[in-house]
Write a protein that binds this ligand. Structure first.
Ligand SMILES: [Zn+2]
Length: 241
């Protein structure tokens, strides 16, 4: 099977998504549940539907775009990342894993691949801690590592709870329903731009992380950290060399 990535189209999509932002280019600001974030999500879901994927959104706003496999009883193979962005972020953070994943799925479809397992693009909601002071809220709920009650009670800087904010942004349903079964995925891969200098210095186009650092003091960032430009946890990834 010959897979061909349409690099021009992918770059054009990355550039288009970067224009849906509350900051002037070249930087991107797309805080979760703001109009810019909601518009970006709509744009992305249209791209997924165009690609023939069936799209569903869970109560916290995680987006699942699924290419159904021949045997739907089997666990899915997943890929994805996030499109929310801290103030004055770069255009590739998260987006590479989302639009890159989508293009990988399109390339497989163009090549005539017939998946046995469903292949699913997952866009994690509230990955950045900018709004609610805690990162990876969508994936914490997916994995069950945070309770729906605790998640719903998190406040943004205006004192609005995550529960109120997500409901007024149009996300209905019960946060307890976000959790996935442990057997939902057979495998999952996230592609992410390097947020450090190692691969670049070594002139390597790609690295595979073998460990992810989890700094406990960074678990709950203050909003001042973000005004100072603290980035998400990805910069702590440890690459295989
Ligand atoms: Zn990221």
């Amino acid at each position: 099977m010959k897979l061909e990535i349409d690099q021009q189209r992918l770059q054009a999509e990355i550039d288009t998504l970067a224009t849906i932002s509350d900051a002037e280019p070249p930087v991107v600001t797309r805080i979760v549940f703001t109009p810019a974030d909601l518009k970006a999500r709509e744009w992305l879901m249209s791209r997924c539907e165009e690609a023939g994927l069936s799209v569903r959104v869970d109560p916290i706003g995680n987006i699942f775009a699924c290419w159904e496999g021949a045997d739907r009883a089997l666990p899915a193979v997943g890929t994805g990342s996030h499109i929310d962005a801290i103030p004055n972020a770069g255009k590739y953070d998260g987006v590479v894993g989302v639009l890159g994943g989508l293009e990988a799925i399109r390339a497989l479809r163009r090549a005539g691949f017939q998946p046995k397992h469903s292949i699913e693009l997952l866009v994690f909601a509230t990955e950045e801690p900018t709004r609610f002071g805690i990162g990876c809220l969508g994936s914490r709920l997916l994995s069950g590592s945070m309770s729906a009650d605790s998640a719903g009670r998190l406040n943004d800087s205006d004192g609005n709870s995550a529960e109120t904010v997500r409901r007024s942004a149009g996300f209905a349903g019960d946060l307890r329903d976000v959790k996935l079964s442990a057997s939902h995925y057979k495998a999952f891969v996230e592609m992410h731009i390097e947020q450090g200098p190692l691969l670049e210095q070594a002139h390597l186009p790609l690295g595979i992380v073998t460990k992810i650092a989890a700094p406990a003091s960074g678990d709950r960032y203050s909003r001042d950290d973000f005004r100072r430009g603290t980035s998400c946890c990805h910069k702590n990834c440890v690459y295989a060399r």
